[in-house]
Ligand binder design. Sequence first.
Ligand code: SAH
Length: 260
Amino acid sequence: MNTKAAQDNRSAAQVAVRLSGIRVVLINTTHPGNIGASARAMKVMGLRQLHLVTPKTFPDAEATAMASGADDLLQHAVVHESLEAAVDGCSLVLGTSARLRSLPMPQMDVRMAAASALAEHQDQGIAILFGRERYGLTNDEIQRCHQLVHIDTNPAYGSLNLAQAVQVVCYELRMAALGEAGISVPPLDWEPVDAGQMELFFTHLEQTLLDIEFLNPEQPKRLLMRLRRLFNRARPDQNEINILRGILAASQRVAGKHDK
Ligand code: SAH
């Protein structure tokens, strides 16, 4: 093999490794054709991990037909009953969204998001969530994301077909993995905890805020949404989560004493 071919081969292998930790998570998809077309969109860009949360119809002949030569991704697709299970073990969860929300989460352009995701998370899992054809991601699902990712579009008509959105995102991830996005982002020098640990923390936080009577049990949602946004932005590591949970446990103990 000549040097040029060896180099091309090596970089192809490196790109494959860099993309191998990324999961595409399709939530509650209605049209099986979109699942197949998403598998195809992934495979041509070198992504392989397809996760489906409560798809309406799967497996399905239309999914297989639309996947074309990517039916191996469909065969290995993992079907989940909950989003929690689909993001288990991932330390970065990105949600894709066509529109800005009333309580905006940090929203990044897809090119920047792809570059920073690959820079930050070389070895840990990355999950990228795609919403339903009709109404995208729910607020609850968005609150599980560290960031929202947006594909810039015509402001008057900004909603892409689901599989086409998957295509654009996977293309940008590939460009970032090739180092051709022209954006260089320094890697994180700490290791954020995974999505499951963050959920345990949020459950503990909610319970503590109820125990210390800070949270109004009639209307807990808005405050919790803001707190989730704050802590998701901070990307705490294991040590920091331990400290935060220690503070919560201590507050609960004191609140318990006050009750007596
Ligand atoms: N009416 C829905 C559109 C759903 S389109 C909404 O406004 O959210 C299905 C999915 O494709 C979306 O949930 C999102 O995951 C993805 N998508 C579509 N257009 C997008 C865009 N401009 N940027 C990022 N993701 C997009």
